[in-house]
Write a protein that binds this ligand. Structure first.
Ligand code: G16
Length: 544
């Protein structure tokens, strides 16, 4: 077997976004495209020789081909060993778990997360460092810098590795182990949560749950954890077989795309609890009987009830949320007398805080919740955490939320996404908001006065690194907020996100519909941005 040096030319669009490089499958299938990016990753890593990598993906179209290429390039780069998920499949949190458990040098995860798959869908690749978390910006910047000047990549000439056979293989001098990651992950869940109490919930014969794996990566994990270890009846997990095109669906666990589950939970014979996870298993949506739990509220409820789960019974070091996430968690942190950090969007910003022991729980409005058990957000972890809370409190999801709001007040919260907007129009909207923001403070809109307006920037308290341009914030004197930012994960045009939040202390007003409660602020957001006039869109693509 020999190492081939392949001449190549740089591509100019390999800048990693919020979570790695995401593009259409066709883009990745261009000659040398994937290889260039992988070589850029390897060039950016120091001292990988002889070390262990973790490799796997969410099983989407092109996953298997990409894994074979990466294995041969890892062998050429001199890695000592690669742990590969069975059939090439690893959920993102399971990959993080494996990197940490086996003290690997890092990992490569192939996923475009919640974006659709199939030959015409999306593909993605990201690198995680030895703490199990997404590479920080200094690493992704270095990868990008290498990608712009690549002239060669290196690949071992060898046969493909049988990804569907568990066991040990050799590729040149590099060892490969095909592993079943479900067991490692499920054992970690058992160490954190009260499985006995949750099992009793299921054997009590009154509690019913549906989990929608959306034909994505969590199916095998969910069958094992819910139906085998926790004793939920067969059929609790729906769409549990991972498919390369997610069955033609859009594996994004929200009210729009997880509609099969939503219809069940809002139907006549609704189960007590519903949950879904996304393409690579790091997102989650929580539903009660005819009740939607906003992700920001889910984070706050988990924090307020964390002591009920064995893995968190001794308290939380601190909590963190991304800037656009609602401030519901801030109120819980205040009551618990712990720190609450506000970071830019992107799980990578939580890594340093967790490594330094400053925070235990983190969350984002984009259906992401997690803790320091791994360094990724973790969809199934959040679902099991909710089951633990339900098993101990013996209340409905809705009652738990209503009690929470009565105690802490309610942060009404919504996100309006305008997807596939012309990139230039979207950039202009943001530029204009940026130009106008300095003039907004002190201005009055209806009954509300603007207290501050800025472009969010963040200085990491651990390593001092600074991230600027993270979203325009407009804060009102009554605590309400509007945030505008461009998504860093879309692959078509631009996605403009508008986040709107208002606090309501009076429990008599907590039952209002969210869109009604926020209607005035949504009108202000539309007015300030001029989004309707500039895009010609009268409605957002997705409302959460
Ligand atoms: C990724 C990141 C998250 C981020 C989300 C949305 O999630 O890991 O931290 O909140 O994208 O980002 P944006 O608003 O820039 O589209 P995932 O689940 O897609 O990996």
């Amino acid at each position: 077997m020999s190492i081939r040096t392949v001449p190549t030319q740089p591509f100019d669009d390999q800048k990693p976004g919020t979570s790695g490089l995401r593009k259409k499958v066709g883009t990745f299938q261009q000659p040398h495209y994937l290889e260039n990016f992988v070589q850029a990753i390897f060039n950016a890593l120091e001292n990988g020789k002889g070390k262990t990598l973790v490799l796997g993906g969410d099983g989407r179209f092109y996953n298997r081909e990409a894994i074979q290429i990466i294995l041969k390039m890892a062998a050429a780069a001199g890695f000592g060993k690669v742990l590969v998920g069975h059939n090439g499949i690893l959920s993102t949190p399971a990959a993080s778990c494996l990197i940490r458990k086996y003290a690997a040098f890092g990992g490569i995860i192939l996923s475009a997360s919640h974006n659709p798959g199939g030959p015409h869908g999306d593909f993605g690749i990201k690198y995680n460092t030895d703490n199990g978390g997404p590479a920080p910006e200094k690493v992704t910047d270095a990868i990008y810098a290498y990608s712009r000047h690549l002239q060669h990549y290196y690949i071992l000439e060898a046969d493909d590795v049988p990804l569907d056979t568990l066991g040990h293989f050799q590729l040149g001098k590099m060892a490969i182990e095909i592993i079943d990651s479900v067991n490692d992950y499920a054992e970690m869940m058992e160490s954190l949560f009260d499985f006995t109490a949750i099992r009793q919930l299921f054997t009590g014969n009154t509690f019913r749950m549906r989990f929608d794996a959306m034909h994505a990566v969590t199916g095998p994990y969910a069958h094992d954890i819910f139906e085998k270890r926790l004793g939920a009846p067969a059929g609790t997990v729906m769409n549990g077989t991972p498919l390369e095109d997610f069955g033609g669906g859009h594996p994004d666990p929200n009210l729009t795309y997880a509609h099969e589950l939503v219809e069940m939970l809002f139907g006549a014979q609704a189960p007590d609890f519903g949950a879904a996870s996304d393409g690579d298993g790091d997102r989650n949506m929580i539903l009660g009987k005819r009740f939607f739990v906003n992700p920001s509220d889910s984070l706050a409820v988990i924090a307020a009830n964390a002591h009920l789960a064995p893995g968190y019974q001794y308290g939380l070091a601190g909590v963190a949320r991304s800037m656009p996430t609602s401030m519901a968690i801030d109120r819980v942190a205040h009551a618990l007398n712990i720190d609450c950090y506000e970071t830019p969007t992107g799980w990578k910003f939580f890594g340093n805080l967790m490594d330094a022991g400053r925070v235990t729980l983190c969350g984002e409005e984009s259906f992401g919740t997690g803790s320091s058990h791994v360094r990724e957000k973790d969809g199934l972890w959040a679902v099991v955490f909710w089951l633990n809370i339900l098993a101990v409190r013996q209340q409905s999801v809705e009652d738990i939320l209503r009690e929470h709001w009565t105690r802490y007040g309610r942060n009404f919260y919504t996100r309006h996404d305008y997807e596939s907007v012309d990139s230039n129009i979207a950039k202009n909207i943001m530029a204009q908001l940026h130009d106008n923001m300095v003039t907004l403070a002190g201005k009055t809109f209806g009954a509300r006065r603007v207290a501050y307006s800025d472009d969010f920037s963040y200085t990491d308290p651990i390593d001092g690194s600074k991230s600027t341009g993270q979203g325009i914030r407009i804060g009102f004197e009554d605590g309400a907020r509007i945030v505008f930012r461009l998504s860093g994960t879309g692959t078509e045009g631009a996605t403009l996100r508008i986040y709107v939040e208002a606090y309501e202390a009076d429990s008599a007003r907590h039952a209002q519909d969210t869109q009604d409660a926020l209607a005035e602020l949504i009108g202000i957001a539309n007015q300030i941005s001029g989004i309707r006039e500039k895009t010609g869109r009268m409605e957002p693509t997705v409302i959460t």
